[in-house]
Design a binder for this molecule. Structure first.
Ligand SMILES: Cc1ncc(COP(=O)(O)O)c(C=O)c1O
Length: 474
């Protein structure tokens, strides 16, 4: 008889445990709009509640689940809450959640064709769907990674590999609105600070084309090798999209690799606004996409897409002897050769199951609603005295600030930052702040398809109340 593992349960207990988790989740989903947003406790307050030595004796699963529900859950801010408008909200798709459960439950490995053929094929299919949305050619391909940061890193590694002198005298270009993960990627890839050319964005928060091409020319004259432009397909700050067609013209002419960080905005290609703004996206050499953002999938799910899929293999493939068996017999794509990870979980399953279950139209209309809510937020801001719009609703983001005539610019900066803390302490809704044109800005990102117009109005109203209250402290 097979010995029972000390980690196993009988079938009935397994079922019961699973049902408890599903019931807990469904209950959470139903109650979420009424639940407080959550809180940020101090480390000192939280440590005594959760610190303990390694458990030596078993406890009932129910007790462990309750410990999570009672101690952990209240001490996080719910990024899937309909009034969480901060950073990039992460509303979740239930099909994706179940797909993650399945993928984890069977621990499906998608590193090699030898043991993961079916899953690899699904990943190839989902990546093809994405490539089709963006109008990428047949040569294009990609793979799922942990998120947008990793997707950018993987794509930029392919760019660096393409230019043999990139490390010694290469230079890369992007605007100051670019996400920090791009600078980090170049650092990891071995580029020095002076090889990164960060251009101040124009009034529309886009990369300035004339300055870019003049800089490339100057750099060449000085002996640099300009080799890559990183465009934004939706900045985190304002949703701005760089002029992709014009950049593609320039990069074609100059022989540069054109990458775009579409972690935030690329999925908006499904919508009318997105199609307009993302014109030229089909011409990119590579694109980072992030289905755990605007395609509503549970973390972690990013996707690195490269116009010539084989470029990834050139950048990443190494074959050690202990993997030689994968090269024998029936051959297929080994996704471990195209990116950083060997052990790869089945991240594509969630988007595959979600798109099949809902159909793409459901995603389109959820995203159109998100874009509509940003316009609602913009109107609400415009209608209030002393609030200044800094960036109109763009790809689901609107940026603004409270600027009463009594306060100077520095005081207004401090007041606007204080509003984020006030909202967090209150727990009703959350927006986040950033810096735009040297001043503090608040931004609302309306990516949650379960958010209502009433949620948006109530959040703006609450911000206004706090602003007027706080103003008295200055
Ligand atoms: C434009 C952009 N790029 C990259 C990232 C990083 O993505 P991730 O958090 O999935 O690593 C973000 C995250 O907000 C983003 O908005």
């Amino acid at each position: 008889m097979r010995p029972k593992s000390p980690l196993d349960f009988d079938a009935e207990t397994m079922r019961h445990m699973g049902y408890r988790v599903v019931d807990t989740l469904v209950d959470y989903w139903q109650r979420l709009p009424e639940l407080p947003l959550g809180k940020r406790p101090s480390p000192e307050a939280l440590a005594p509640l959760l610190s303990e030595p390694t458990p030596q004796t078993p406890q009932p699963f129910e007790a462990v689940l309750n410990a999570f529900l009672q101690t952990v859950l209240p001490n996080i801010v719910k990024v899937d809450h309909p009034r969480y408008f901060a950073f990039v909200p992460a509303p979740n798709d239930y099909v994706g959640v179940l797909a993650d459960f399945l993928a984890a439950g069977m621990n499906i490995f998608v590193g090699t064709w030898m043991v993961g053929a079916g899953a690899t094929q699904v990943e190839r299919v989902v990546v093809r769907w994405l490539c089709d949305w963006f109008g990428m050619p047949e040569s294009a391909g990609g793979l799922f990674v942990s998120g947008g940061s990793m997707a950018n890193l993987v794509c930029l590694a392919a760019a660096r590999q393409r230019y043999p002198d990139a490390l010694t005298r290469g230079r890369v270009y992007y605007s100051d609105q670019t996400h920090s993960c791009v600078a980090r990627a170049w650092r990891i890839l071995g580029l020095r600070e002076e090889q990164l050319c960060v251009l101040p964005a124009n009034e529309q928060f886009q990369i300035p084309l004339e300055a870019l091409s003049a800089q490339i020319e100057r750099d060449r004259a000085e002996g640099w090798l300009p080799f890559c432009v990183v465009a934004n397909a939706g900045t985190t700050n304002t949703g701005a999209v760089d002029p992709l067609n014009a950049l593609a013209d320039l990069c074609e002419q100059e022989g540069l690799w054109l990458h775009a960080d579409g972690a935030y905005g690329a999925a908006a290609i499904l919508t009318e606004e997105g199609k307009q703004r993302l014109q030229g996206i089909h011409r990119l050499d590579s694109l980072a996409v992030d289905p755990h953002k605007w395609l509503y999938q549970p973390m972690m799910a990013g996707c690195a897409i490269v116009r010539d899929f084989e470029r990834l293999r050139e950048a990443f493939r190494i074959l050690p002897p202990y993997l030689q068996d994968k090269e024998q017999g029936v051959q297929g794509i080994d996704l471990c050769d195209y990116g950083v990870e060997l052990s790869r979980n089945f991240r594509a399953l969630k988007l595959w199951m979600a798109l099949k279950t809902h159909g793409v139209e459901a995603f389109r209309s959820a995203m159109e609603w998100n874009l509509h809510l940003a316009r609602v937020a913009e109107q609400a801001i415009r209608s209030l005295p002393h609030w200044r719009l800094l960036s109109p609703a763009t790809m689901g983001i609107v940026a603004f600030r409270y600027e009463p005539p009594e306060l100077n610019a520095e005081q207004a900066d401090a007041l606007n930052r204080a509003l984020v803390d006030a909202m967090l302490n209150d727990g009703f809704a959350l927006v986040s702040s950033t810096r735009l044109r040297g001043r503090t800005a608040l931004r609302m990102c309306t990516l949650n398809p379960r958010a209502t117009e009433a949620d948006v109005h109530a959040t703006v109203q609450r911000l206004d109340e706090y602003a007027r209250q706080k103003q008295r402290d200055f």
